[in-house]
Design a protein around this ligand. Sequence first.
Ligand SMILES: Cc1cc2nc3c(=O)[nH]c(=O)nc-3n(C[C@H](O)[C@H](O)[C@H](O)COP(=O)(O)OP(=O)(O)OC[C@H]3O[C@@H](n4cnc5c(N)ncnc54)[C@H](O)[C@@H]3O)c2cc1C
Length: 496
Amino acid sequence: MTSVTDAPDIVLAGAGIMSATFATIMKELQPDLRIAIFESLDDSAEESSNAWNNAGTGHAALCELNYTIEQGDGSVDISRALKVNTEFDLSRQFWAYLVRKGAIGSPGSFINPVAHVSFVRGASNVAFLRRRFEAMHAHHCFREMEYAQDKDRLMEWMPLVVEGRDPAEDVAATRDLTGTDVDFGALTRALLANLARQPGFSISYRHRVADLRRASDGRWDVRVTDIATGERKKVSAGFVFLGAGGGALPLLQKSGIAEGKGFAGFPVSGLWLRCDDPALAARHAAKVYGKASVGAPPMSVPHLDSRVVDGNRSLLFGPYAGFSTKFLKHGSVTDFFGAMRPDNFGPMLAVGRDNFDLTRYLVGEVLKSSDKRFDALREFFPNARPSDWRLEVAGQRVQVIMPDPSRTGKLQFGTEVVTAGDGSLAAVLGASPGASTSVAIMLGIIEKAFRTEVPVWTAKIAEMIPSYGRSIADDAGLCHDVRSETAAALNIVGPL
Ligand SMILES: Cc1cc2nc3c(=O)[nH]c(=O)nc-3n(C[C@H](O)[C@H](O)[C@H](O)COP(=O)(O)OP(=O)(O)OC[C@H]3O[C@@H](n4cnc5c(N)ncnc54)[C@H](O)[C@@H]3O)c2cc1C
């Protein structure tokens, strides 16, 4: 009998959270599908999905100030926050389904309740946060959010942030106890272990997807290199999923699909400060997000986080952004230059021209001394001691530069999906809110690429994701039911 690796229906490049999520959903929808993953490293989730390579925030727009937009008249537009908030509900429902089914073990191994806090300083920021809170709290999706300026209350919420601070300083915060910390590395491994127990699934480590070509029968010839032996082989697949993180853009370019033309990538590296002192970690049970500085990309908003990894609590602060020409942590310094094409040169130049603040910010971050880095931490945690903290290198982010007919290039900070017009290939580019909204991203791909199958699969999708086809943002009752049920299954805090 032919092995799955030799004749799969679907080939996936990369073994991070995106491929693991896509393969899991597809196997649930059609168990007889033959699915093969090729991963160039020795193990899964060693790039962005690894616990220490990302912040592990279950992004639900409960604390990230950049998901709301302050309008000229002072009002606050919460529409993007609502989108991210309810997309996270889709992930929660899918994970709850897998936990109930016994497919991915104990929820505490990958998701834990951690309060999400937005924290601001200075009178005008305090006034903004109050207006923002009023706009959000009025919506049923943000009904659990609380607001405080009172120092005693803030002390209760986040003692490390309040202690040692000038009592005269204007500060305020919002808190949402339904927030989470997610170990996307552990989740990826659990999803892949569940797949490995099923027939018709294979995963080949130390195998790089080197190239892909359209065959005359409309299928894809995927060229794979065995890194250990140097052996090359051709695998034919009906559908290709490029879940290669920073490696997805070069593969998209190699596919030659028209929909991928003009895309480019802007790599941003990152550093964290990490503290594993159990006594300090026990005193900070929150993810405290601040405001971005001028020119800072939204993903560089500083935050002081409680993390739960392998059952241990730690503190994480950052990220400090930087510039590296690598597209992956284990990538090559030539990645950025190798992805330059005649069709993306214009968009890249336009982005360079229009984002001078960003360039200045990144240069400033790269040149920052360790003392300056520590000063940034002390803005959140005034009594922090350098001896308790060490540097941790974060994952690489490749921000997407999109072709934009009006301006010839646009820097995109979110996640971008490119799907071939005939539905035979999909690529996931970009970063935040990324992993948290992976289920919403995969459902979008499936609806586009498997249009004819979706009517047959709808009942199964609704079994996995009960709110499928309905709007949690528009239906307060549905929102309450879904959140109560997923909170119970995942052992996290639900609505009151
Ligand atoms: C600093 C930072 C902080 C973040 N914080 C958060 C957060 O708090 N919350 C959140 O939800 N998201 C966060 N994200 C985003 C999140 O980490 C990503 O959206 C997510 O991990 C992307 O998953 P992926 O599977 O696409 O990529 P990855 O996890 O990077 O996996 C891609 C895999 O593909 C492999 N690969 C690459 N090229 C090839 C090839 N040619 N052949 C075979 N294999 C290949 C790589 O080795 C890797 O294993 C953060 C990201 C970063 C960098």
